[in-house]
Design a protein around this ligand. Sequence first.
Ligand code: B3K
Ligand code: ZN
Length: 849
Amino acid sequence: NTAKNRLDYQPPAYVISQVELEFELLPSKTRVLAVSQLRRAEAGATSLWLDGQELQLISLTVNGKDWTTYEQRPDGILLRDLPEQFELCIRTEINPAANTALEGLYLSNGAYCTQCEAEGFRRITFYPDRPDVMAVFTTHIIADANLPFLLSNGNLIARHQLADGRVRVSWHDPFPKPCYLFALVAGDFDELTGSYITKSGRNVALKFYVDKGQQQQAQFALESLQRAMKFDEDVYGLEYDLDIYMVVAVDFFNMGAMENKGLNVFNSKFVLADAQTATDTDYFNIESIIAHEYFHNWTGNRVTCRDWFQLSLKEGLTVFRDQQFSAAMGSATLCRIDAIKTIRTAQFAEDAGPMAHPIRPDVVEEMNNFYTVTVYDKGAEVIRMQHTLLGAAGFRCGMDLYFQRHDGQAVTCDDFVQAMQDANQTDLSAFKRWYSQSGTPELSAILENTATGVRLTLRQQTAPTKDQADKHPLLLPLRYELHDGKGQIQSGLLQFASAEQSFEFTDLQLPVIPVLLADFSAPVKFSYAWQTDELLYLSQHAQDGVARWDAMQQLWSDLVRRSVRDGQLAAIPSGLLDVLGQLIRSPLTDLAFSAELLTLPGFDTLAEQYEQIPVEMILDALESYQQQLATLFNADWLDLYQRLAPAPYRYSEEQTGLRALRNTALRYLLRVTETPDSLWQQQYTGSDNMTDKLAVLQALVRAAHPQAQQMLQQFYLQYGHNVQLFDKHSALLASLGTPQVFALLDQAEQLAQFDWKNPNRVRALYAVFGQQNPAMFHQADGAGYQRLASVIGKADVINPQLASRLVTPLLSFKRFAPARAALMQQALSQLQQQGLSPDLTEKLNKALH
Ligand code: B3K
Ligand code: ZN
């Protein structure tokens, strides 16, 4: 066990002021020379640990002399007898062509690129691979002339032709940085160029590097970057600091994107977009991820993490900032609903399972396993709560102080909260427990009359988690609305910090209909004994849009819960049908919001509400309710569909809403046999954009329509040559809820475009199968579990990070009835027989013990 503990942090023995790297690029024999200037930081220290993995050491000198007093181990080198100050010069050889883990320096379709966060730099050279060692980097790249673009961090300072025909370029990044922000890219690309003038008048060159022929598809990403740069100036006063900002799109990538200083590397699916290949959702994701990586330039790069336990310092904060940006670019309510779904499905599940951890973890084996929905998305909720408690102006003051104090430093989550506190002269010590406690608080409320008004009694409780037995109350900011049902509303913000507390409200008598988590003001589970008509009232009259949507979600989960309890489908109350009918016949002006109100909660959202998940019952109830709505409102759906006539494609809030609502209608229409095939065929062939084409296929798949498979085949033949569309085809196929899916998955693995080495290809099939196909993944005989486990075993040998992410749906086997849990556990145990990567080992040990 190689577990590391947060509290064991030791500052570095030596620090590095400057490092000069020289790369001689060859696919299987790349030479790396690293020359670093070191200085003792800890009194009396004479030895220094350098991390290194899969490196061939060629030579090592200290102050120009061969150094022999060192000890080489499988994971690095311990240097001894070092002077106070010295120049360290290390030559290594690495093999990018053999690097299928996609960590360190590797090849993606013939282009060299790097991924160093969290601990990938140690696969490039021996170095103190920890974020609190910040140095100024200069990088020289030597490569054949067939690689015209040789890129690294900072500004280009030189370019020479060498005598042997090769080219040598040099880059210098003046901002000290940890090695996880280092990047190198070398390849042949198309270049899309733009510019941005900062608020103080500096001109920044913006450059996007994409595969040949795809230049125009980066235009939307470029414009998104310009909007993000403006937003950070307007809202936080933060300006870009180099003369050039580069983004490279690669198809082989383990996650979404990486914020390397001045040289972001992106998964190409989060850069490339045009109406024919990208959906509205793709456009939304591109804009938000471009912004996320840009915002890291301040929250992550200028101020970075002291150690990896502090990851949420940069990730929670940067997700919060990208959410603010997306809310400002489009519908804030819709963005919030998206974020809530992520918390209620993936994050609540993580907190209830074997990988439960606080947003600032205490124990880590493999750091790559902690880039989680907890650190990122719950981390963002924890920042959001501070924003709620301090107000926008107070939060901004805290941010200003944070940068004033810590620019150029590697700091902790405590430092962040301290700045928020000091700038606002307030005490956040009670709030800080959110950083150290894992698990989901469950909040409940009771209302009663008193002599002078109404008393609201709140209780909170957090169940023990796998990692922590004892739980304490947390400070919950609760945005409430109290409705008297006749149009009078009292609203405000409560701070609830104990296990139980009562709040008195005057000028009010029961009956009162409460909203207690408007805008989802705290990431908790909430229960209150609303009557059906109270929820219906809130769905119409809550001031907060999120609360209106939540009331509808609550109505459906109540119905499903009753169906599960009674073993028979509960009837949809007539009041709910009235509200739905009304919405279909005359939608709200925000069409996308109407679409959300007309959509039932997903399987995962419902599943999270049960201690033992009744898979079939939830699926059956969802299926029946959707079928009923389809049949009952058939004429209204058709009418709505026909009224929402599409205009030529543009990505805009208005058009996106129209398509969302129209395609919601389509989904219901395809569930009834009377709907003529010509309706969806016309949309499929007649539409000028991928959003509407894909919506047809999705609707066919979800309705298990007899023509679904044939249409998937047609889509593949027509579009499968484009990798983004090939992945969309895979994802659709993997979500088919009938047993044929197993044979189709087999066939898909055989297609020429499929590649086990490319995480996008594998995820499109198997992340989707495991996470978006509950009917087949949870098939009662365990075939789904077996399939996923065997894929994970195969992937782990190639790419541990990929395998480790795919395993998530199997980990929570304890949430299922014994027969099913046993099958899931069995699949995991079989997997464990194989020699596994540290990534999977950590997760399986936690799940199985
Ligand atoms: N910071 C990177 C994630 C790195 C993941 C390493 N396994 C992308 C981001 O959050 O912006
Ligand atoms: Zn990030």
